[in-house]
Design a protein around this ligand. Structure first.
Ligand SMILES: Cc1cc2nc3c(=O)[nH]c(=O)nc-3n(C[C@H](O)[C@H](O)[C@H](O)COP(=O)(O)OP(=O)(O)OC[C@H]3O[C@@H](n4cnc5c(N)ncnc54)[C@H](O)[C@@H]3O)c2cc1C
Length: 436
């Protein structure tokens, strides 16, 4: 009891210090503008600068925030501009993907238009390139279109991919193709009598409970290689998730792994030798960081898991590349449960350090994982959820809740991105589609 009260007190303290950080950051940026204004009115000379690029590759939870933060900090007349390189034509809202693999009619809500989040940024501060980066050198990024974009600073926010894409990622750059993929998986789940879900992390637990809640007549089996589902979190959340699965009638097999699928016989085989009837298999395991671009440029920065080693300043851990930053799921920090909050916090550190560097100062901001970032809201069927916070030393708090919104938090996410739910505004981004 005392430990839980202490956790709440520390959560309040952390929120207080976050507000303090926001205030001091705002003062810093304001002072910077005032200093710039005073120095430019003292000197009447207009200096022509050569354009210098701060390139951001990948604009999801980490990179979109980094691109916006840096672009809105550029001072009038700055020689710098942000150049975004993003493969997708819309922002993919991952949180709702397991739900929209099961529930029909909401797929479009997972694709938030890029642009409205950048509404207050002047055209001169940002260029948007929809395309794929295929190679990085010490001073430029090469795109699949053949274009070469030189950079002075680079922020790599290429995130992670999943071997079987959905329900963890949508492996399509085009929104309408992404919607079709979601609809296809909905149909496969609807038509299956025996559904097997592999992976007992959040995506697997959510998809299995949603499927069983929507189709109680189906057999749903969740297979997880560890001793408990949600093993990256504390025992109280593991217990709540296991109970949520069992209450709905999902069969949970832990400590075993899938080694084969026989589609003709309609079975999957587990390492233990057990065979499980299966006419549709959903793989929610196997996310991999998208680090190939940096692997070629700086092999020493890549960890055994394929992540990019980052310094606390979010510069990549390679002394020869001080102008290359990394943030989000692709970065190796000591965050135990990388998620959108940690991605955004790292993006904020990387962005402020880039701003310092373009002002000629040393990158001084440091990312330190905060246990509050690991907060998770886990759905356990269509009408229930449990929110979990836990510190890194094992104290946990659970908040069970009833849920009414089938589309989960998608409306809020659209608003957060400056977009009106669910109007597909593709116009706002157009002004950033400038030529090189
Ligand atoms: C199913 C699911 C549910 C989740 N739910 C939650 C949740 O409820 N709360 C939470 O906080 N977190 C949640 N997460 C975690 C969260 O989605 C990730 O931590 C977050 O998306 C990481 O953001 P990112 O910017 O690092 O990378 P990603 O989201 O992986 O995005 C990477 C971006 O880079 C682009 N890109 C990659 N390579 C290239 C290239 N070569 N050229 C151009 N562009 C490129 C991609 O197109 C993409 O837009 C969930 C994750 C999943 C899979």
């Amino acid at each position: 009891m005392f430990k839980k009260a202490w956790l709440v007190a520390r959560a309040v303290g952390s929120i207080g210090s976050f507000i303090g950080y926001l205030v001091s950051r705002s003062v810093w940026l304001r002072m910077r503008r005032i200093r710039h204004h005073l120095s430019s009115s003292a000197s009447s000379n207009h200096i022509e600068h050569e354009q210098r690029n701060i390139v951001v590759i990948g604009t999801s939870m980490a990179g979109y925030h980094a691109a916006k933060t840096i672009a809105e900090s550029l001072l009038p007349g700055s020689p710098y501009r942000v150049v975004v390189i993003e493969a997708h034509d819309h922002f993919h809202f991952t949180w709702v993907l397991p739900r929209f693999c099961v529930i029909e009619g909401h797929e479009h809500k997972a694709f938030i238009p890029y642009g409205p989040y950048l509404r207050h940024i002047p055209e001169s501060a940002l260029r948007w390139v929809q395309g794929r980066a295929v190679r990085i050198t010490k001073d430029s990024v090469h795109l699949s279109s053949g274009e070469e974009v030189p950079y002075e600073f680079l922020v790599v926010a290429t995130g992670a991919g999943a071997s079987d894409a959905l329900p963890s990622r949508v492996d399509s750059d085009d929104k309408s193709e992404g919607i079709t993929k979601l609809k296809n998986i909905q149909t496969r789940i609807k038509e299956a009598k025996n559904l097997v879900v592999v992976g007992g992390g959040a995506a697997g637990v959510e998809l299995a409970t949603d499927a069983k809640s929507q189709y109680p007549e189906k057999t749903v089996v969740l297979v997880h290689s560890r001793d408990s589902v949600m093993h990256r979190f504390g025992p109280e959340l593991q217990k709540a998730a296991t109970e949520g699965l069992k209450d709905l009638g999902v069969e949970v097999i832990t400590g075993d792994r899938l080694i084969g699928e026989d589609k003709e016989r309609g079975v999957v085989t587990l390492k233990s030798g057990e065979e499980v009837e299966c006419d549709f298999l959903v793989n929610c395991a196997g996310q991999k960081p998208n680090s190939t671009l940096i692997r070629e440029l700086s092999p020493i920065s890549i960890t055994a898991t394929g992540h990019i080693r980052a310094k606390p300043t979010m510069q990549i851990d390679d002394g020869s590349l001080p102008n290359v930053y990394v943030c989000g799921d692709v970065a190796e920090t000591s965050t135990p449960n990388p998620n959108s909050r940690s991605a955004r916090a790292q993006a904020a550190v990387a962005s402020d350090n880039v701003i310092l560097a373009i002002d000629g100062c040393k990158p001084a901001n440091k990312y330190k994982p905060n246990w509050l970032e690991a907060l998770i809201k886990l759905t356990l069927g269509l009408d229930r959820s449990v929110t979990h916070i836990g510190d890194f030393s094992g104290t946990e708090l659970l908040f069970p809740a009833k849920e009414k919104d089938l589309a989960l938090m998608s409306g809020g996410a659209w608003k957060h991105m400056g977009a009106s739910p669910f109007q597909d505004d593709t116009e706002t981004l157009q002004r950033f589609f400038t030529k090189a």
